[in-house]
Design a binder for this molecule. Structure first.
Ligand SMILES: [Zn+2]
Length: 225
């Protein structure tokens, strides 16, 4: 695939209601990656990343966790809003607009925490909104998304480009191209990352503005023109 680096991002969950709570064993995770490094014979650099579920009420615990361990790459993700899981309980609790408003406010808090290298799947809620209600109009939430981007810029946090969205109803990455372009226009100095090993995207900075998708040798490339 031509990859020089790979960085798995195991989940770290701090909410006892989450299925993954108590699952993470950092020492065992490090040992497994050391085995992978041995097997790669130096052909690929194997880094150690983590995806942290961020909720403000666990902020101190998360801070301690990150201080106690060394990771090459830390994603901060919003999987719960006010203790409600974004894939179901949150959708059951509110109307579509309120769900999205509250979701983006929670993502803003994740970005504003300054604890992470990148914000994970910034607009993941569109996957669940489309599945539940058949639609998601990002323009209705442009102001909220803007505040997330501003918080990310202020804290020096990048954006993950999560490619899992390409496989579902959203048919685009999390976040989508418009949001990525907006982030750059606001003055982003931080390269988004696509941690999933599909080797399809590059982040190219140029002096002009605009974005487009481009197909190259059968793989998708994100370009800024
Ligand atoms: Zn996630």
């Amino acid at each position: 695939m031509g990859l020089s680096y790979i960085c798995p991002t195991e989940h770290a969950d701090f909410d006892p209601q989450d299925n993954g709570y108590g699952h993470l064993n950092v020492e065992a995770y490090s040992r497994e990656l050391a085995v992978c490094r041995g097997q790669s014979n130096g052909q690929i650099t194997v880094l150690q990343g983590i995806e942290v579920d961020y909720q403000p009420r666990f902020g101190a615990e998360i801070k301690d966790f990150l201080a106690q361990h060394t990771f090459d790459f830390v994603i901060g993700s919003t999987h719960y809003v006010e203790g409600l899981f974004v894939a179901n309980a949150l959708l059951d609790a509110y109307d579509p607009e309120t769900v999205c408003h509250r979701y983006f406010e929670a993502v803003r808090q994740t970005a504003a925490s300054g604890l992470f290298d990148v914000v994970g799947h910034l607009d993941l809620i569109k996957r669940h909104a489309i599945r539940r209600w058949g639609r998601f109009d990002r323009h209705r939430y442009a102001d909220e998304i803007e505040t997330v981007l501003q918080a990310a810029l202020e804290t020096g946090t990048g954006l993950e480009i999560n490619t899992s969205g390409l496989r579902g109803g959203a048919a685009e990455t999390f976040p989508g191209l418009e949001t990525l372009c907006r982030y750059r226009k606001l003055g982003a100095r931080y390269s988004p990352w696509a941690p999933t090993p599909t080797a399809w995207q590059t982040w190219e900075k140029t002096s002009t503005t605009g974005c487009r998708w481009r197909k190259q040798r059968g793989s998708r490339t994100l370009s800024f023109l």
